[in-house]
Design a protein around this ligand. Structure first.
Ligand SMILES: [Zn+2]
Length: 228
């Protein structure tokens, strides 16, 4: 007798395998991922964007402040500039000198504007690198397989007692004598086996020569859950 269960969706025999279950699983995973991750991803995205933007703006401010200082120093070095400022742009100068000075000033202003535009471009094109950096600071941590919440998830509330996934260990392992186990098993396996032995044993019970399947409660079926 083939012990593998039929397809839960279309009830076809387990072999050859039909695609229903893996398709439904993919859908369920996508939906669970949306429920679990969307709000967290949005929170992470907001954090990364705001820090990246702050960094880019600060870097831009640094670039332009250096440039503005150089600009001011250049203007101050121009002949007659201080008298030009003193008379608010109308100094008592020969028109030729004044014209020359005004041309130098307006060229310097245009140069400053070009420089600031270049600084801004140079800052903004760094976004991919800066976003990568701040995303790299975000930690996504998977729990240890030994954590109790992982080995014994609290699904009892959903209608049946969940024994955790530890019971899936093979009966062969359980048949090993205690002496054998204590002598040769790694500490983790040993601890696990001991915990198991304190629980109800779900492995097949041998009565005479007949192997009787254990009475395992059927999980409550929640129709529509996979379908939504
Ligand atoms: Zn099927």
């Amino acid at each position: 007798m083939d012990a593998a269960p039929n397809c839960a969706i279309c009830n076809a025999p387990a072999y050859p395998e039909c695609p229903c279950e893996s398709e439904r699983l993919q859908i369920a995973v996508r939906q669970a991922e949306t429920r679990a991750m969307d709000s967290r991803l949005a929170e992470i995205r907001d954090w990364v964007i705001s820090h990246a933007r702050k960094h880019i703006l600060n870097a831009f401010e640094r670039l332009t402040s250096t440039r503005k200082q150089a600009h001011a120093a250049y203007l101050a070095s121009l002949p007659n500039y201080s008298i030009y400022m003193q008379y608010s742009g109308h100094p008592p100068l020969h028109p030729f000198l004044l014209g020359q000075l005004q041309a130098q000033i307006s060229e310097a202003h245009a140069e400053l504007k070009r420089g600031i535009d270049a600084d801004w471009r140079a800052s903004v094109v760094r976004y991919p690198e800066v976003l990568d950096y701040f995303y790299s600071l975000v930690e996504v941590r998977l729990p240890s397989d030994r954590a109790q919440g992982v080995s014994q998830p609290p699904f009892a509330v959903s209608g049946y007692v969940d024994k955790g996934y530890e019971l899936s260990t093979t009966t062969k392992e359980k048949k090993k004598s205690r002496r054998d186990r204590d002598a040769s098993s790694p500490p983790e396996r040993d601890r696990r086996s001991r915990r198991e032995s304190t629980k109800e044993d779900h492995s097949y019970t041998v009565v005479g020569r007949t192997r009787i399947p254990p009475m395992v409660p059927t999980p409550p079926i929640q129709p529509g859950n996979m379908r939504r």
